[in-house]
Design a protein around this ligand. Structure first.
Ligand code: NAG
Ligand code: NAG
Ligand code: NAG
Ligand code: NAG
Ligand code: NAG
Length: 261
């Protein structure tokens, strides 16, 4: 009896170790495009047994707090990972954890990370959604390790300023679309968006910030009127000041209205 129980027990154990997350129904798998969907399952750890041929891994809407530097290391064909809507905090994702050779797209939106985890990514990363985190302030080297980014969303991070000397964006030589909406930005040095830093920038979303419409932001008004259409969401902006312009619509003002006393 005891022997039989032990045999059954070990068989189960071996089955558990070898069966992957698809066979165990921990995740839903689509073999055709190696899409593994583990979203919305209250996972507190990254499950073991993710097939090594996975190209898209969705771990969104879970309770993850950590990703160790080795948890994903076998997923050499992974191109996209969705880690949004989890419970990551500072240092929860270890350096190198997302440094995978084929990885191009990471969604880390809707977590509560304060210090931007610049050391976790691979240099091949082209798309990062980092909106709805808690950056607060930017450091000059934040994007130094992700020079291939084409798309970056850092909306809703409580950002109060974007440093211009040196610019945090100066390493984003390939950036095309940039979202800095819904922060606490009052002004912006035109140098930050300068061609010498971001020669391929073609769209920037700036709405939902308390822009202070004085002479220092006249350039943004002028740029918003160019036919190139780089500056997006102008219609939603209301100036936070100075006094005569408080609550006035940015798009209704003239460039001459942007003055300093
Ligand atoms: C991935 O590997 C699994 C077995 O682990 C297999 O069933 C599936 O067909 C493979 N998918 C691709 C796209 O190679
Ligand atoms: C996951 O987090 C939710 C709250 O966001 C909580 O209600 C739930 O109990 C947590 N589940 C686990 C398994 O920790
Ligand atoms: C990764 O993709 C390459 C090219 O499509 C393929 O030859 C290789 O078998 C894949 N590796 C795994 C682990 O699925
Ligand atoms: C990541 O998951 C969230 C929630 O499931 C979803 O809204 C979002 O579109 C996904 N991101 C990407 C890049 O597919
Ligand atoms: C980034 O993620 C947030 C939260 O899921 C989503 O609302 C937003 O649309 C995403 N950004 C872009 C530009 O897709």
């Amino acid at each position: 009896m005891e022997i039989k129980f032990t045999v059954v027990f070990f068989t189960l154990l071996i089955y558990d170790v070898t069966a992957d997350v698809c066979e165990q129904h921990i995740c839903q798998c689509n073999a055709f495009d190696a899409y593994v969907d583990c979203s919305g399952r209250q996972l507190t750890d990254i499950p073991s047994g993710i097939p090594i041929n996975t190209t898209h891994l969705d771990l969104s809407v879970n309770n993850l707090t950590t990703v160790s530097s080795t948890a994903l290391k076998d997923l050499l064909n992974l191109t996209t990972i969705n880690l949004s809507w989890n419970k990551f905090e500072n240092d929860g994702i270890e350096p190198g954890a997302l440094d995978l050779p084929m990885l191009t797209t990471v969604d880390l939106a809707q977590n509560d990370i304060e210090t931007f985890p610049s050391k976790i990514f691979s240099k091949t990363l082209t798309s990062l959604n980092y909106s709805h985190n808690n950056m607060g302030a930017m450091e000059a080297g934040d994007f130094a390790e992700t020079p291939s980014l084409v798309f970056l969303d850092i909306s809703d991070n409580g950002l109060e300023a974007i440093p211009s000397e040196p610019s945090s964006f100066s390493s984003l030589k390939n950036i095309n679309e940039l979202w800095i909406a819904d922060n606490n930005l009052r002004t912006l040095d035109p140098m930050v968006l300068g061609n010498q830093f971001m020669p391929h920038l073609s769209i920037i979303y700036v709405g939902g910030n308390p822009w202070y419409c004085d002479c220092h932001l006249k350039w943004l008004k002028q740029m918003s009127e160019l036919p190139s259409g780089v500056i997006q969401e102008i219609h939603s902006i209301r100036c936070s000041g100075p006094d005569p312009l408080k609550d006035k619509r940015f798009d209704k003002l003239r460039a001459e209205d942007f003055v300093c006393k």
